[in-house]
Design a protein around this ligand. Structure first.
Ligand code: XIL
Length: 383
């Protein structure tokens, strides 16, 4: 009997990944292996990473992540540069990269007011806009039908107070453009998961806006499967309470929750800027770029603690969360080095610019190992 119990326990340890250190060949310690069974761990990849030009980064991506999002190349200005011309060269490579590495592939993004091709921004009336949306969404989604696992159908449609943002889409079609977009995407691929994605949607007013938007799409017969919380966060905000309220509120709508663009800035933000509006840009100064060479250990620790508390919350709600994606592979590549001020040195991710794991990486990994040990203890006590 004792023998059977021991072998059951051993099997249990293996599934938890706890035997990793002794059995490096079976399951290497990595983010994707540690959180297997909880949620996908994703990263946004840039053009050179898609083309496997950076071999060190490529090895890291394959080791640590099991989901990818294209940081830019799937956006309208790149994929649909002229009215009658699509350019799928890079998107084809992106999807092939994900398939080759057996990754969950996320499409970003179909309808967004930023990074539009110049011709799209000039669309003036509803007839033209309807034709654009039908062509754009149907062509792209059906091209990758069955190969892309989820899509950001609409990105950043809301203002901070939860009302709809003025955009070329709202101006020409009114609020029904959201319903149309989700219907067109579902027609093109009925099985792909469809998301609404935005920043700052853990803030109460904007969260209410998301809830209204989702309910409106559903009431009018649109299919929506999830909410993407971008997660461009700071060391001290948003609070864990607001993040938790948001996970609960969105999943109560019957939707999957994904954290789609996670990064935590450590740089000063004198304008109390909360969001991730790519069109907001400010002048730089030495004061605004306090850590040009290295990050002081005290801030490194703060970042590690912030990531640990965020992931602890994610684990608490792992039944509602299907993917956590970082916005970039390593600090050297992060968009936060150039936004909202160009040319700063930021440290928002789990890997430094030499691709080495940071304290924040260890804190996230340790969290999961501790949880596994607790489970084993409980299991041992039961027997
Ligand atoms: C950013 C990219 O990271 C940058 O390279 C690009 O210059 C601007 O866009 N919200 C989004 C992402 O949905 O697409 C944005 O990505 C960051 C904010």
């Amino acid at each position: 009997m004792k023998l059977i119990n021991n072998s059951i326990l051993l099997g249990f340890l293996f599934t938890l990944g706890i035997c990793n250190s002794q059995n490096t060949k079976t399951a290497q310690a990595s983010l994707k292996n540690n959180f297997k069974g909880d949620f996908y761990i994703g990263t946004a990849i840039n053009a050179s990473q898609i083309e496997e030009k950076d071999t060190k980064a490529d090895a890291l991506i394959r080791k640590e992540f099991n989901s990818i999002t294209a940081e830019n190349i799937m956006k309208s200005m790149f994929v649909h540069p002229e009215k009658d011309r699509y350019d799928f060269a890079m998107t084809d490579k992106f999807v092939a990269y994900g398939e080759k590495n057996k990754m969950f592939i996320h499409g970003h993004t179909l309808i967004w007011h930023s990074q539009l091709a110049p011709w799209m921004a000039k669309i003036k009336d509803s007839t033209e806009m309807k034709a654009f949306m039908k062509d754009h969404i149907s062509t792209i989604v059906s091209k990758y039908k069955g190969r892309i696992n989820s899509w950001d159908v609409v990105n950043e449609a809301l203002n901070e107070d939860g009302t709809l943002r003025k955009s070329v889409f709202l101006n020409t079609l009114g609020e029904n453009y959201l319903i149309d977009a989700f219907k067109l995407a579902a027609q093109a691929d009925p099985n792909v998961d469809l998301y609404y994605n935005d920043y700052n949607i853990c803030e109460p007013k904007k969260r209410e806006g998301v809830i209204k938007l989702v309910e409106n799409i559903k009431t009018h017969g649109g299919k929506i499967d999830g909410v993407g919380i971008q997660g461009h966060w700071r060391l001290d905000s948003p609070s864990l309470e607001e993040i938790e309220k948001s996970i609960l509120a969105y999943s109560k709508l019957g939707l999957k929750v994904a954290f789609t663009e996670l990064d935590v800035t450590v740089l000063p933000n004198p304008w109390d800027l909360q969001g991730a509006d790519v069109n907001q840009n400010f002048e730089g100064s030495a004061e605004m770029n306090p850590y040009p060479k290295t990050l002081p250990d005290s801030i490194q620790t703060k970042l590690a603690e912030r990531y640990a508390s965020i992931f602890k919350l994610f684990l608490k709600h792992k039944d509602k969360i299907c993917r956590v994606t970082f916005w970039g592979v390593h600090d050297g590549q992060s968009w936060l080095n150039d936004w909202p001020i160009k040319g700063r040195t930021n440290y928002p991710l789990l890997f430094d610019s030499n691709l080495k794991p940071k304290k924040a990486y260890n804190s996230v990994m340790r969290l999961k190992e501790l949880q596994n040990k607790e489970l084993v203890k409980k299991h041992a006590l039961k027997n």
